[in-house]
Ligand binder design. Structure first.
Ligand code: TXA
Ligand code: MG
Length: 344
């Protein structure tokens, strides 16, 4: 039986006691963050950590992010923080940002998947930080979704993947941001984005005067990569998807209309609903509002998938700012079935 705690209005103190005891006892807790929900366990309980991998069906060589509630807690788990890394911590923590740092020796190899580094994230979510603080331990948490599936951003989606498979789910309603944190590693003194997110390359450049984007962010790679997550299928509905992006909006709409058959569903901008020839249209928001789109993409992919369409066609957007993260998730959701036409 999964216990569901509703903390949308406020944190219930008695339930918080139960949750922190559960974490200390090595149980799994699904909790909200501002990006997506996480499935968490104490970093100091190897059995609980193993259980995260089993419950998600996650590859053992894909490390977990360590969530902390304070800057002091970062120092408990990592070592050798450089000046530039300290600048990034001060600028973006708490927030939707994960920094890869050298782990201390006592940190379990299960969290780090045998790497010498770990991802550190201090969520902005008050609920997440309160749970960590009260449990008095950093919490390892990947996104709460079965491996390969879109991440969960609401209770309904969580129950689809985890009902009766975890003892606790804490419900805070829909996740605010809707795509996972920006993952950054400082390589040769340059902050390098290993996974794009709400914190954009421009945001990072403003703080450090330098930034790189790893060339493999949108690829599915075998062999040696900076981030093991790059090797695996992600965010994919069961139905086949086709992602279409063209700088010219009319061309994009025409291209989408060419692929529509009886059992096709389209996810696109509300402004295009009347121009796309299907009744099976779901809007993920306005063409001018990337925040709105990012908060809706994963829940919509799951919702449309439940209709078991032959094909889900998704309208893409410009890879700028938050658009880089949104397109990264959509390219992967579509397993690279992607038609793109850029003006230059
Ligand atoms: O927003 C988020 O980051 C969410 C919430 C729950 O905090 N968490 C999340 O975790 O997305 P997960 O496990 O689904 O994704 C972690 C990503 C993976 O792509 C993993 O390969 C990468 O971070 N990663 C973790 N530790 C790493 C390390 N030491 N070196 C390189 N990449 C690492
Ligand atoms: Mg994930």
């Amino acid at each position: 039986m999964t216990k569901i705690f509703d903390w949308k209005e406020n944190i219930n103190e008695l339930e918080l006691d139960e949750i922190s005891n559960a974490i200390k006892d090595g149980k799994l807790v699904i909790f909200p963050t501002e990006t997506v929900y996480g499935i968490g366990a104490s970093i100091y309980n190897d059995n609980a950590l193993k259980n995260i991998f089993i419950t998600k069906g996650r590859a053992q060589d894909n490390p977990l992010i360590i969530h902390v509630s304070s800057k002091e807690m970062i120092k408990d788990v990592v070592t050798d923080i450089s000046d530039i890394e300290n600048k990034l911590i001060d600028a973006f923590m708490p927030g939707p940002f994960t920094l890869i740092l050298n782990k201390k020796k006592h940190i379990s190899n299960i969290v780090s998947a045998n790497l010498d580094t770990v991802g550190i994230r201090m969520p902005d979510s008050k609920i997440a930080r309160t749970i960590i603080e009260k449990s008095n331990t950093p919490i390892a948490a990947p996104s709460a979704n079965l491996s390969t599936k879109p991440s969960c951003t609401n209770l309904n989606d969580l129950l689809e993947d985890f009902n009766n498979k975890v003892p606790y789910i804490i419900d805070e309603g829909a996740s605010k941001i809707g795509v996972e944190s920006t993952v950054v590693k400082v390589i040769n003194g340059i902050p390098t984005i290993l996974r794009p997110g709400k914190i954009t390359p421009e945001d990072i450049y403003e703080v450090t005067n330098s930034v790189n984007i790893d060339k493999n962010i949108n690829e599915v790679k075998t062999g040696k990569v900076e981030s093991p997550g790059m090797k695996y299928k992600h965010y994919a509905p069961s139905s086949k998807c086709l992602l279409v992006y063209m700088d010219n909006e009319n061309d994009m709409i025409n291209e989408i209309n060419k692929h529509i058959t009886k059992n096709t569903y389209v996810i696109g901008y509300k402004e295009h609903q009347n121009l796309i020839n299907t009744n099976n249209f779901y809007s993920f928001g306005s063409i001018n509002n990337y925040e709105e789109i990012s908060s809706n993409i994963f829940s919509l992919l799951r919702k449309v998938d439940r209709n078991k369409p032959e094909l889900i066609i998704i309208e893409g957007l410009k890879k700028e700012g938050l658009g880089i993260a949104i397109m990264n998730r959509l390219i992967k959701a579509a397993s690279h079935n992607y038609i793109e036409k850029l003006d230059k």
